[in-house]
Design a protein around this ligand. Structure first.
Ligand SMILES: [Zn+2]
Length: 182
């Protein structure tokens, strides 16, 4: 992929990382209140249908970690920016979603992140090697569902070595991470 020299909406032709076919990347510039300017990139392959979305910062950012105690419907509504490098943790549940190579960047809210965590846990239920792991994943998916329903409270932690992930809420605690920790 080429560097896009000037910010703004643009699209360019590229090669699909999966099948080597013809793909197209489009860039859309976004201004997120209380966070700053971002670029949303979306690669779509015409040949195999592969799709990859990501978030790129247009500003210099420090590696950062955001922590939010999810207690109210407003907390569930807090906006979340998550780049493909962002790691999501729910410490009370012992759940960590590490950024994988295939991770997608997205802008959503806390509830949207919890839905994605639930999807990951549900796929763990399907692919579990043994009964114990399957039951554990099922239990955790159920607890995440309870958090979304406001029946259980958790802390959500999002950290990103590129600083491109954030929980945008006055209540969220931001810490700057050591570059080495990333
Ligand atoms: Zn392809």
């Amino acid at each position: 992929m080429q560097e896009s020299g000037s910010p703004g909406d643009a699209a360019l032709a590229t090669t699909c990382a999966v099948c080597g076919g013809k793909a197209r990347v489009s860039f859309r510039q976004l201004e997120i209140p209380h966070f700053g300017r971002l670029m949303h990139s979306l690669l779509l392959c015409e040949d195999c249908g592969y799709r990859h979305a990501d978030i790129i910062s247009l500003e210099q950012r420090e590696p950062a970690k955001y922590t939010l105690r999810v207690e109210t419907p407003e907390d569930l509504n807090a906006r979340v920016v998550r780049s493909s490098r962002g790691r999501v943790e729910l410490p009370e549940l012992g759940v960590t979603i590490e950024p994988a190579a295939e991770a997608q960047g997205f802008i959503t809210n806390v509830e949207g992140v919890l839905h994605r965590v639930k999807e990951v846990l549900e796929s763990c239920v399907r692919w579990a090697e043994d009964e114990q792991k399957r039951r554990r994943a099922e239990e955790l998916a159920e607890r995440v569902r309870r958090v979304v329903e406001g029946e259980e409270r958790v802390t959500i932690v999002i950290s990103d070595p590129t600083g491109c992930s954030a929980i945008i809420s006055e209540k969220a605690v931001k810490e700057v991470l050591d570059a080495a920790e990333g």
